[in-house]
Ligand binder design. Structure first.
Ligand SMILES: NC(=O)c1ccc[n+]([C@@H]2O[C@H](COP(=O)([O-])OP(=O)(O)OC[C@H]3O[C@@H](n4cnc5c(N)ncnc54)[C@H](OP(=O)(O)O)[C@@H]3O)[C@@H](O)[C@H]2O)c1
Length: 332
């Protein structure tokens, strides 16, 4: 089985199948991480307005452009519209902010980060009431929002547009109304939560898929502690130390992370492992020099636990499940 280094969008654009995730990386960490990633051969970087690190990423990229070691067109940069930007007239404003921070004139892919809008209040990324519940904006209209996303392609500010965390029903509604169809869906996907139905659904619509938390987001629990979040519903799963994954890793003399990443990539799905550690960044892209055999794939496939292994549920964001567009009430 051969792994293609790119996944191809309906519009002919190509996304490197592996990219650097950047959530929870501080400014200092991200500049080291971007340097290490570009040195190691990454050409795809995933960020978001709400990660608050676009400016640091922009600074690191500028250094590389100025040195002449890399050209803008060799990179694939993804960012996302925050939930507070879900009024159609705000889309351009938020994309402009991201572009200014990244010091770029366009992004390769602009995603709607999550299907539920929040009240845009004083620049607060996750505004809450006195009880700590998110201030949801129930008027979210995906079709109107998508038209504003399409206008960003027309303006040349985004080469492709897509969705993140949308369910099949929500994706279908956008596709039916779209003049420019979504090119990519970014969702949680890992060995315990393989998202087979959703991936098949997207394939049938010619929408590519990118897996977040591809190695199981081991930093998530720490993040929940940091924000004082409720961890009671967080499944305690560790794909990196799964005995089957460990056995397969030993057999191929690779790390468990490399096994988990290749298992996803073999399905034609992009992966964006996050690391701020240069050694792990380098290791995570060393996934093209071995191949899982049929038996390995079968064993890894059988580790799927379905929806109960979802790590990023609405419980992380208090009150979000009350939003009419909350995506996780459907089976997929
Ligand atoms: N669209 C969305 O709603 C959404 C949601 C979540 C994430 N994302 C995107 O997807 C990216 C990946 O997801 P994620 O960051 O949640 O999870 P992940 O990539 O599965 O895991 C990242 C964690 O694993 C550690 N790690 C990385 N490589 C490792 C290795 N080889 N061995 C052991 N540990 C390793 C990292 O720590 P160190 O940094 O210390 O190495 C970090 O704590 C994010 O960074 C973000 O760009 C998108």
């Amino acid at each position: 089985m051969k792994i293609d280094r790119y996944i191809k969008f309906w519009n002919g654009k190509q996304m490197p199948i592996i990219g650097l995730g950047t959530w929870q990386a501080s400014d200092e960490e991200i500049s080291v991480a971007v340097d290490a990633a570009l040195e190691a051969g990454y050409r795809h970087i995933d960020t978001a307005y709400v990660y608050e690190n676009e400016a640091a990423i922009g600074k690191a990229l500028k250094k590389w452009f100025d040195s002449g070691r890399i050209k803008r067109e060799e990179l694939f940069i993804v960012t996302k519209l925050p939930m507070t930007g879900f009024q159609p007239e705000k889309v351009e404003k938020y994309l402009n902010k991201s572009l200014a921070a990244l010091q770029l004139s366009y992004v390769d892919l602009y995603l709607i980060h999550f299907p539920c809008g929040l009240v845009d209040k004083e620049g607060n990324l996750f505004p809450v009431d006195e009880a700590g519940n998110l201030l949801i904006d129930p008027t979210t209209d995906h079709v109107a929002l998508w038209k504003a996303m399409e206008a960003q392609v027309d303006a040349g500010k985004a080469h492709s547009i897509g969705l993140s965390n949308f369910n099949a029903r929500q994706i279908e509604r956008v596709v039916k109304a779209a003049r420019i169809p979504p090119a990519n869906l970014q969702v949680e996907l890992h060995v315990y939560f393989q998202q087979r139905e959703l991936v098949d659904f997207c394939k049938a619509l010619d929408i590519t898929v990118c897996a977040y938390a591809p190695i199981g987001s081991p930093g998530l629990s720490q993040f929940m502690d940091k924000i004082g979040g409720d961890k009671s519903s967080l499944p305690s799963l560790s794909p990196l130390s799964d005995p089957v994954v460990k056995e397969i890793a030993q057999k191929h003399k690779k790390t468990t992370a490399q096994i988990l990443l290749q298992h996803i990539m073999l399905r034609g799905i992009a992966v964006i492992p996050k690391s701020a550690n240069p050694e792990r960044i380098k290791q995570n892209i060393e996934v093209f020099d071995f191949t899982l055999d049929e038996e390995d794939v079968k064993r890894l496939d059988s580790l799927d636990k379905g929806n109960k292994a979802r790590l990023f549920s609405g419980d992380m964001l208090k009150g979000i499940s009350k939003h009419p567009e909350y995506p996780y009430k459907d089976a997929y």
